[in-house]
Structures are given as structure tokens and as C-alpha cells.
Design a protein. Structure first.
Length: 375
């Protein structure tokens, strides 16, 4: 199909982050005609801590993409430095890898294309009213618009959840933080590759990690009111870093910080109007535990398989199977992450935790083992 023409597919996938590319690849691999669209041009940066945990790596491996991270030069992560109010605890443990989102997301799109999916970058999609058995999208690229239809639509649009009318979207939970990220051109002294640095303080937390090309990725979850009082995201990030025991990042407040919609959100319905939500579009928890990409990849893989079965006539109720798969593979784990986020949102609990881990870092191991268990 060329731009500007109407087209018909088995599945239309909107959003080419990990959830969308993984769904598209899984479907195409199983013989479906898939169109994957994203409003961004790639490679594109994305607000993210850029840490793929062992669970995410296990999903890539299972999908036959086990060598992807290594091929892209991902940095193996062997320790976490947790810092607050001048104190710092160091926890040694395999934590996965650090990999920039520009590299990862482009490689996953390539994998989907190699499997047979068609990809349109720079193209914004909107859900179009139509018969429930033939949902459609209106696509727009520049000033050109055209319609496409499919048996199913996959909404992998991330936190914006933008395909659906406002009333049907996932809603932020009370006290939700906003996400923010920036990339510094190089890592200052004290930020060694292979370690996740996490500064927790009044108003939120900032995570830092050295990427495969030596740049320093900064990702934060911040209280919107604290951002307002500090006079901006960069200023609040600087004050959290200064109050922690981590090395200074010169000019941190002047980096080109980018914000996200509010993070911890009540899950939306997983399907509606012929569309299935996956990844952040289906609901999201704060990013401290570095699970978002693991959920997006696992969700994409599972939803792709379910819809492929439905297309082959082997799954009469894909909505129900997706709801069950989501509950068992993702929603249950989000409960653990919510509990961790709650601790980190409470300054006295974080202080106590860092004090204990300063003396006995091994106490973090059972917890990290549960968080990062690969299955
Ligand atoms: C501060 C922060 C730190 C994080 N740190 C980590 C971490 O270290 N490890 C981890 O695993 N996770 C982390 N996460 C979470 C992770 O970034 C997300 O969970 C993950 O990106 C979700 O993938 P996705 O495919 O669902 O959505 P996304 O990656 O957000 O992709 C959605 C895509 O949809 C496109 N899109 C949206 N609307 C439309 C439309 N209407 N038409 C066309 N295209 C559209 C967008 O352009 C985008 O490319 C972090 C998140 C934040 C905010």
C-alpha cells in the first residue's frame, strides 16, 4: 500500500514502542498481515531509565531475540547504588542491561519488519467509527490523511493512551507522579558504566545509568507540586541529586528535560471498539523497579499470539483470553511494584531502608531476586 491509499490488514498496531513492535512481530511471524504505525520518526529518544531487567531479557530470548541487546552493545548491569540524604547503599547483583531507547526501539521495529510487518513512521492514528467486526483507523502523515481497516486494532500508544475517547482512557491514581527524562552527552566522574544510580529525596527520585555509547541517561518520577515549587523539572532533579550522596551532574537543570503524563494509573479496560490495549496503554505503575519494558514485551508477545490464534479461527474469545493472560502475567506483578513505589514515596521509609542496606546490603538480595525473577 502506498501512502494516501485505503488499505486492509488483519491487524493494525498503533505505537512502535516495545509493546507494539513485539505484538506486530509475533503476529507477522504467525502469518498475519500487519500494519505498524508510529507518529514519531525513528530512531527517537523516549523518557525511560533504559534498564532492561532479567525478565525483559528472558522474554526477548524466548522470542528468538536473545542476541539483540548484546549486538547493540548493551551495558551489563551488576550493581545498584541507592542514595538519600547523604547516605548511600551499594547492592551488588545482576540487574540486566542498560540500552538506549533509540537503539532498542529501532531494532525491535526492524525485527517486526523482518518478520513481515509493514511499518509507517511519522504517522498519527485515530480510531475511526465503524462496524465492530472491522475496526478502522484514520492515518495522518503531514497534510495527507487516509483510512485503513483490520480485523483487530492493537493500541500500544504508551502513556498517552491516545486512541480512545477521554472517558475510556486509563486515569491517574491519586498522588501519581510525573515522569521526566533527559540525556547528558557524557557521564561525569563517579558514574561508572554497569551500575544503576538512584537518588531518592523530597519530591521524588532520579535514576541515572551510563548508556552503551557513554551518554548518561537520567529518568525521574517527580511529585508535580514539588516540580512547581522548585521552578521546573531540572531544578527539582538537581536538588534531589544534591541532597543525595551521588556525584554532581554539572548543568543538570539546564538539560533538555522532557516530561510524561502522570505515571501510576488505574488500568483501563483492556479492549473496546475492536481495539486491544497493551504495554503502558493498558495501565502503568511507577518506574522504580524497571519493569515497564518487561511488561510491554511480555504483553506484546502474549497478545500477538492470542490475536494470531483468533485470526486462524482457533480462539473464539480473544478478549477473555487476553484479560486472563494480562492478569496472570502482568497485573499481579504490578502489585509488587506498587508496594515498592509506596515505600520510596515515603521519605522516612527510604531513609531507614538505605541505613539498613548500608550496613547489610545482602538484605536486598531476596527482594531483588523476586523483582527480577526471569519467569
Ligand atoms: C521516568 C521513567 C523511567 C523508566 N525507566 C524504565 C526502566 O529503566 N526500565 C523499564 O523496563 N521501563 C522503564 N520505564 C517504563 C517504560 O519506558 C515503558 O513501560 C515502556 O516504554 C512502555 O512501552 P510501550 O510500548 O507500551 O509504550 P512506548 O514505549 O511509550 O511507545 C508508545 C509509542 O506510541 C506512539 N504513539 C502514541 N500515540 C500514537 C498515535 N495516536 N498514533 C501513532 N503513534 C502513537 C508513540 O510515539 C510511541 O512511540 C520508565 C518510564 C519512565 C516514565
Amino acid at each position: 500500500m502506498t501512502e494516501g491509499e485505503a488499505g486492509s490488514y488483519d491487524v493494525l498496531v498503533v505505537g512502535a514502542g516495545p509493546a507494539g513492535s513485539m505484538s506486530a512481530r509475533e503476529l507477522a511471524r504467525r502469518g498475519a498481515r500487519v500494519l505498524l504505525v508510529d507518529r514519531a520518526e525513528f530512531p527517537r529518544p523516549k523518557v525511560c531509565g533504559c534498564c532492561l531487567n532479567p525478565r525483559a531479557l528472558a522474554t526477548l530470548d524466548r522470542a528468538g531475540l536473545g542476541r539483540l541487546a548484546t549486538r547493540l552493545g548493551a551495558v551489563e548491569l551488576t550493581a545498584m547504588e541507592l542514595a538519600t540524604e547523604g547516605r548511600r547503599a551499594s547492592i551488588a547483583r545482576p540487574l540486566g542491561v542498560a540500552l538506549s531507547r533509540d537503539a532498542l526501539d529501532s531494532a525491535l521495529i526492524d525485527a517486526a519488519r523482518e518478520a513481515g510487518a509493514e511499518f509507517l513512521p511519522g504517522t498519527t492514528a485515530a480510531l475511526r467509527e465503524g462496524p465492530p467486526d472491522r475496526p478502522g483507523l484514520r492515518l495522518q502523515r503531514g497534510d495527507r490523511a487516509w483510512d485503513v481497516s483490520g480485523r483487530f486494532v492493537v493500541s500500544a500508544t504508551g502513556l498517552s493512551d491516545g486512541l480512545f475517547p477521554v472517558a475510556d482512557r486509563a486515569t491517574p491514581a491519586p498522588g501519581a507522579k510525573l515522569g521526566a527524562g533527559a540525556i547528558a552527552a557524557f557521564a561525569p566522574a563517579g558514574y561508572e558504566p554497569g551500575r544503576i544510580f538512584m537518588a531518592c529525596g523530597e519530591g521524588g527520585y532520579v535514576g541515572l545509568v551510563v548508556l552503551e555509547d557513554g551518554r548518561l541517561d537520567l529518568a525521574a518520577a517527580l511529585d508535580p507540586e514539588a516540580v512547581r515549587q522548585a521552578g521546573g523539572i531540572g531544578r527539582l532533579a538537581r536538588s534531589i541529586l544534591e541532597a543525595s550522596a551521588l556525584p554532581a551532574v554539572h548543568g543538570v537543570e539546564a538539560l533538555p528535560w522532557k516530561g510524561t503524563p502522570l505515571l501510576t494509573r488505574r488500568p483501563a479496560r483492556l479492549d473496546g471498539r475492536g481495539a486491544f490495549r497493551v504495554g503502558d496503554s493498558a495501565g502503568y505503575v511507577e518506574p522504580f523497579t524497571g519493569e515497564g519494558m518487561a511488561w510491554a514485551l511480555a504483553g506484546g508477545e502474549a497478545l500477538g499470539a492470542i490475536l494470531a490464534d483468533a485470526l486462524a479461527g482457533a480462539e473464539p474469545r480473544p478478549e477473555r483470553r487476553w484479560a486472563l493472560a494480562y492478569r496472570s502475567r502482568i497485573a499481579r506483578r504490578q502489585l509488587t511494584c506498587r508496594a515498592v513505589a509506596k515505600v520510596l514515596r515515603t521519605p522516612w521509609m527510604t531513609r531507614s531502608l538505605v541505613r539498613v542496606l548500608e550496613v547489610r546490603p545482602s538484605l536486598a538480595r531476596p527482594f531483588l531476586a523476586i523483582m527480577h525473577k526471569a519467569t
